[in-house]
Design a protein around this ligand. Structure first.
Ligand code: SF4
Length: 250
C-alpha cells in the first residue's frame, strides 16, 4: 500500500476520521490544521531565501503571514474592532508573535539549509510511505558541523522525555532522511514555534523496526476496512462529529 504518514496518523487518532477523509473524500479541516499549514509556508519562505543567501526581515515574514491568514480568511479591521471572527483573529495575532520569536532566534544564525519542505517517498516493509521534511540544515556546534532534521510545530503540546524518545513521526523523519540522502543525521529537532523551545533526539535501528511494525499494523487494519469511532478528548474539537454521529445508525 502507498500511504501518506498523515493518513496513518489520522487512522491512529480515530479510524472514523480516516474513513471520512480518505474513503468518503470529505475534508473539513479544523482551524489548528490550517494554522499549522499556513505558518509553515512563512517558515519555508524564510529558509528558501536563506538558500538564496538572503535573510529576510521580520516585516517580510509578517506581511506574508498577513496575506496568508488575515487576508485569505477575510478578516478586516472592522472584524478586529467588533470582535467578529474572534478565534481566527486571536490565532492570527498568536501567529505574529510566533514569527517575531522565530525571526529573533534564527536571523543571526539560520544554519545552511540543505533541504526545505522536502517531499519524500520511502519503502517501509511492504509499504511505501510519503511525507515531507520541514527542514534539513547544517549547523555548527563549537568547531564541529552537524546535520539537523527539524520539524516545526505550532501546537501547545510539549512532549515529555518518553514521548520524544518514542515518537513515530520523528522516527519516520530520521528514516526518510537516511533513505533519501544516503547519510545519517546527527540531530532530530522538534521546534515549538509558540515558545521557541527546541527538543532534540536521535534514533537507532530498533526504532526503525518499531516503525515498520507500526506502519504494517495500521495498513493491515485499513486494508481490512476496520473503521470504528474512537472517542477521546479530541472529540470535543473534532471537525467531523456530525458524520460520526451517523456511524452504526441503522
Ligand atoms: S467525534 Fe470522536 S469518535 Fe467521532 S470521529 Fe471525531 S474523534 Fe472519532
Amino acid at each position: 500500500m502507498k500511504i501518506e504518514f498523515s493518513q496513518i496518523m489520522d487512522y491512529v487518532k480515530c479510524p472514523i476520521i480516516y474513513l471520512i477523509k480518505n474513503v468518503y473524500g470529505i475534508t473539513n479541516e479544523d482551524l489548528n490544521t490550517q494554522f499549522q499549514r499556513e505558518m509553515k509556508k512563512v517558515i519555508n519562505h524564510f529558509f528558501f531565501r536563506v538558500m538564496d543567501n538572503t535573510i529576510v526581515s521580520v516585516d517580510v515574514l509578517k506581511n506574508k503571514w498577513e496575506a496568508l491568514w488575515f487576508d485569505s480568511k477575510g478578516i478586516e479591521l472592522e472584524d478586529v474592532l467588533f470582535r467578529h471572527h474572534e478565534t481566527k483573529t486571536k490565532m492570527g495575532y498568536q501567529g505574529v508573535n510566533m514569527i517575531e520569536n522565530f525571526h529573533r532566534a534564527n536571523y543571526d544564525d539560520p544554519g545552511v539549509p540543505l533541504a526545505v519542505d522536502f517531499d519524500y517517498e520511502v519503502p517501509i516493509g511492504k509499504h511505501i510511505v510519503t511525507g515531507t521534511l520541514d527542514l534539513v540544515r547544517e549547523i555548527k556546534e563549537g568547531y564541529a558541523k552537524m546535520v539537523e532534521v527539524v520539524h516545526f510545530s505550532t501546537s501547545n503540546y510539549v512532549p515529555d522525555e518518553w514521548e520524544t524518545k518514542t515518537n513515530l513521526y520523528t522516527t519516520l523523519q530520521s528514516y526518510a532522511f537516511r533513505k533519501e540522502f544516503q547519510t545519517k543525521e546527527q540531530r532530530l529537532t522538534y521546534y515549538l514555534l509558540k515558545t521557541g523551545k527546541t527538543i532534540s533526539t536521535i534514533r537507532s535501528p530498533d526504532d526503525f523496526s518499531r516503525l515498520e511494525n507500526f506502519v504494517d499494523f495500521v495498513c493491515t487494519c485499513i486494508d481490512a476496512n476496520l473503521f470504528y469511532p474512537r472517542p477521546t478528548y479530541i472529540c470535543r474539537s473534532c471537525a467531523v462529529k456530525e458524520f460520526c454521529e451517523q456511524w452504526g445508525v441503522k
